[in-house]
Design a protein around this ligand. Structure first.
Ligand code: SAM
Length: 281
């Protein structure tokens, strides 16, 4: 394992307003603007960072097992693993959901008294482990991952943790695996969707058409702000079109209650309207 994760990975900022502030600072420095203006820009940048640090600090810290999993993911030699043919593409530690998001998922999982959870897009197991920790003893997380090498790595991380045995990994394209789960009449109280973004619309349709979300269940969807592209109209991320399309499908779907939260790269919480009283006049 290499010693230290890249700073850029840890500090990646998903907020376009922040990115524009950094740009404004660069321009202000080049153009020799008044010290007051430069100092206001610097203060705004500092406040962005402080809010992030404050929220992290006010959040429950990860269990020892989750902390180890997060650190091992950040330090993992992803490029070497790909060169050696252990994984099919160069994965990035930026794909990790991280502690704040996982604590939110844990909170929702425990509040819903969930027993069965499904993760679409496992990576190294961060969210799966969080959900497993929040489930009762007989609870189970089924986690879908397309890359066998990544699935094996996640297994090795999960096997070192006390709750990891609750996670079953299914390797293969998520859509196929979801079809098999539905054929076996499996239903999930919590579904966390976080795989390839261009698959989101199909996953969403499959969840509701094949009844994978249990009555009273919650679907949690990650990256619905995609670095701000869906509302900024900028093209910071190449696949943000898929998220804009997905968000529109959810918005137009009267069967569901939805709330979009600006946590990290944006999270959608989606529930059937029959579970939230939204069918009332
Ligand atoms: C953003 S990462 C998931 C991060 C993870 N949820 C966490 O909490 O850290 C997306 C994962 O989905 C996997 N993936 C991509 N396309 C997939 C597909 N069609 N079916 C299943 N998994 C897929 C990727 O290999 C990757 O590991």
């Amino acid at each position: 394992m290499s010693a230290k994760p890249d700073e850029d990975i840890l500090n990646h900022n998903y907020d376009p307003a922040y990115r524009h502030l950094l740009k404004a600072k660069e321009i202000a420095q080049k153009e020799n603007v008044s010290p007051e203006l430069l100092s206001e820009i610097n203060r705004a940048i500092e406040l962005y960072q402080q809010r992030h640090t404050y929220c992290e600090g006010q959040t429950t810290q990860p269990s020892q097992a989750l902390d180890t999993l997060i650190n091992e993911t950040l330090c993992y030699p992803w490029k070497d693993a790909h060169k050696k043919g252990e994984i099919s593409y160069v994965a990035s530690p930026r794909m990790l959901s991280g502690n704040k998001e996982v604590q939110l998922i844990k909170s929702i999982t425990s509040a819903s008294k969930a027993r069965m959870a499904l993760e679409i897009g496992l990576f190294t197991g961060c969210a799966s482990l969080g959900m497993a920790e929040a489930l009762p003893k007989d609870g189970k997380v089924v986690s879908l991952e397309i890359d066998k090498g990544i699935g094996d790595l996640a297994r090795s991380f999960l096997d070192k943790s006390p709750a990891g045995h609750k996670v079953e990994i299914i390797v293969g394209p998520a859509l196929e695996s979801m079809g098999k789960l539905a054929a076996n009449k499996m239903k999930f109280d919590i579904i966390f969707m976080d795989a390839n973004k261009d698959g989101y619309v199909s996953y969403y349709k499959t969840i509701f058409e094949k009844d994978l979300l249990a009555s009273g269940g919650t679907l949690i969807v990650d990256n619905v702000l995609k670095s701000g592209d869906p509302y900024s109209g900028e093209k910071y991320e190449s696949n943000s079109w898929a998220i804009s399309e997905f968000n529109e499908v959810v918005l137009q779907d009267d069967r569901v209650h939805k709330v979009m939260l600006p946590v990290r790269d944006g999270i959608y919480l989606i529930r059937r309207t029959e579970d939230t009283g939204d069918w009332l006049p």
